[in-house]
Design a protein around this ligand. Structure first.
Ligand code: ATP
Length: 600
């Protein structure tokens, strides 16, 4: 049967629903037909409505897999975003473990959210579940979806494997409008290879090696390379899909066999480590080949982390934020998370609101009303007029959630809903309020460990961590001398001795930039001229022979810890100011609160 219109399709589906068969000669991919059968067996009719979206938490395995998948979804989205697509990865339990799309509350893809399970019994035939079941790439157009509600959707999907024949899930591109899905499929096939190769490389034991081979030398280092993982005895442990195609074999035939069974001319594997050479397969095909011991990339527990954080490139971070990708800044206390968030804001959006809140600093019972606001009379002591919350105030601006790891669990759930729907309710309110903001979050805590301990929601983690930047300790920062000089200049110190710089370089700075700031402020308050000759950092550990003559204010004091030293300085200044806290704080160029902290 030639199906040309929507009406024809409705008739076909109706006939199928009544008889369990499609009219004779209907052109329908057998895999899709199989899915229709499954949907019907589960009690679905083409008229069954799409269920309301519900998200399940991600498991640790899901999180690890999405670590690899997420950057690839970002690339796919960047390439096809003008076609108004949504792209996602569905695991073998049919759960979306990562997605990328425009954060529009009215988007037709509102049900394609991370954590959503798209099982056949509720959603009928969709491309990625078809790919998972058939282990084949697929395009599903309009009415080929079993549910009529999906008849405007066009989708392409490819399966992704783990190098040992096991399917991990499917990459998908979905669009609400008719598009050239075959273009997507070509790109998805390429990205499917990228994911598979990454997974093989990431999970490879240190003593294993990777054989890359291809007919063309140009393809050897691309995603299209054949890749075989070999253990120390030369036995095959894994092979990617391209290797199977090139050798015209199946994974079962290849696994755990000696590599020499497949390549007759491999005499010494070691020579392939030096340079690219020709090797010959059993059926006499010639390949360019090279053996690699991949650099073990340091396994970080953080997702989407930049390998070399680009501190100077605030412009880049600002661009990322303005493409609606939320940024998560991690790093130890005092490493400059708050400072960086403000710099990102200042770079491009000075005239937009920057609303910041430290989730650890506000008592738990006040945090909800601070964030979400409240209606008049919402609770005892509430203002008669009600109050707008910070989320509302951040509309069209930036919301900075500092110490997000300290957000209580019930507020994590509430925040998640705002991030998903951009709509929230004030405490005691019933009117939905819209707020669209860019999100920067920061924490010194290991959120993945918190997820494992059920202290932080994995779905929220994914919402806030579109791009992660980890600020290292001050002592490890490549630009630490620049920071040192900037802070000295801020304190109007324009010259200093070599010794001062050495002290700076030898000390560990456990309190990071905050500690350095305080030390410099103290030094500035205590020096007579604007040159730091011997400084008040002198007590820090510096090789003995390089010390200058002790002339400083603290020269005769015994060596002690930085905190004790700072406290001593504060006490001395306080004494000189006859106990006047304000005067002492002013002279030390620190706040009264900071001064009190030193006195504790
Ligand atoms: N790149 C920088 N250049 C100059 N000063 C900086 C820089 N980064 C941070 N600072 C200064 O260091 C101090 C601590 O920085 P900040 O408050 O941003 O750290 P933090 O990581 O947010 O700390 P915490 O986790 O304790 O909140 C601030 O006084 C800040 O102005």
């Amino acid at each position: 049967m030639q199906i040309s219109s929507s009406r024809d399709w409705c008739q076909v589906k109706d006939y199928f629903y009544k008889t369990g068969q499609v009219p004779e000669q209907t052109e329908l991919d057998p895999t899709i037909l199989q899915m229709w059968h499954k949907a019907k067996a589960a009690g679905l009719s083409p008229f069954t409505p799409v269920p309301a979206s519900t998200q399940q938490p991600l498991t640790t395995d899901d999180i690890r897999l999405s670590e690899t998948v997420f950057p690839i979804l970002k690339d796919i989205w960047a390439l096809f975003k003008h076609q108004n697509i949504c792209t996602f990865f569905l695991n073998t339990q049919f759960k979306i473990i990562a997605e990328y799309q425009n954060p529009d509350p009215h988007s037709p893809y509102h049900f394609l959210k991370q954590g959503q399970v798209l099982d056949i019994a509720q959603f009928g035939s969709i491309a990625p579940s078809c790919s998972i079941l058939s282990q084949m790439p697929i395009i599903m157009m309009g009415h080929q979806h079993y549910l009529n509600e999906f008849s405007d959707f066009y989708c392409a999907s490819v399966p992704v494997f783990n190098g040992q024949g096991k399917i991990l899930g499917a990459l998908d591109i979905t669009s609400y409008r008719e598009q050239l899905a075959s273009n997507w499929l070509r790109h998805l096939l390429y990205q499917g290879y990228v994911v598979e190769n990454e997974i093989i490389k990431k999970n490879m034991p240190a003593q294993h090696k990777l054989l890359y081979f291809q007919h063309s030398e140009d393809l050897l280092k691309t995603a299209y390379t054949g890749m075989i993982e070999i253990d120390a005895t030369g036995q095959i442990q894994k092979a990617n899909q391209m290797a199977l195609t090139l050798l015209n074999t199946s994974i079962d035939q290849l696994l755990y066999k000696p590599i020499s069974n497949y390549f007759s001319s491999i005499s010494t594997l070691a020579s392939l480590e030096q340079q690219t050479q020709f090797i010959r397969s059993q059926d006499e095909a010639l390949f360019y080949a090279r053996l690699y011991t991949p650099q073990m990339t340091k396994k970080t527990s953080h997702l989407f982390s930049t390998s070399t954080p680009d501190f100077k490139d605030i412009a880049k971070l600002s661009k990322i934020l303005h493409s609606d990708v939320p940024i998560l800044i991690t790093g130890a206390t005092g490493s400059g998370k708050d400072h960086l968030a403000r710099q990102i804001h200042e770079f491009a959006t000075k005239d937009q609101a920057f609303i910041s809140i430290n989730c650890a600093a506000i008592p738990e019972h006040l945090l909800e009303s601070e964030l979400f606001g409240y209606e008049a009379g919402a609770f005892t002591g509430a203002s008669a007029k009600g109050k707008r919350g910070l989320i509302e105030l951040a509309h069209q601006g930036i919301l900075f959630l500092d110490e997000i790891g300290d957000l209580p669990k019930h507020l994590q759930a509430k925040l998640l809903r705002v991030l998903q729907d951009q709509v929230f309710y004030r405490v005691g309110g019933h009117k939905p309020i819209q707020s669209q903001f860019k999100l920067i979050s920061a924490t010194h805590q290991d959120l993945l460990a918190m997820i494992d301990n059920h202290d932080f929601r994995s779905d929220l983690y994914y919402r806030i961590c579109g791009y992660q930047i980890e600020l290292p300790q001050l002592k490890d920062r490549p630009d630490k001398i620049d920071i040192f000089k900037t802070l000295l200049a801020n304190a109007k110190i324009y010259s200093w001795s070599v010794n001062v710089q050495e002290q700076f370089e030898h000390y560990d700075w456990p309190g990071n930039i905050r500690e350095l700031t305080h030390v410099i402020q103290l030094s500035a308050a205590l020096i007579a001229h604007d040159s730091l000759e011997h400084a008040h950092l002198e007590h820090l550990h510096v090789p003995q022979q390089r010390k200058v003559t002790p002339q400083s204010y603290l020269a005769n004091k015994p060596q002690t810890s930085l905190n004790q030293m700072t406290k001593q300085l504060v006490l001395d200044i306080l004494q000189q100011e006859k106990g006047n806290i304000s005067q002492a704080a002013k002279r030390l160029n620190i706040s009264r609160t900071t001064l009190y902290k030193y006195l504790q």
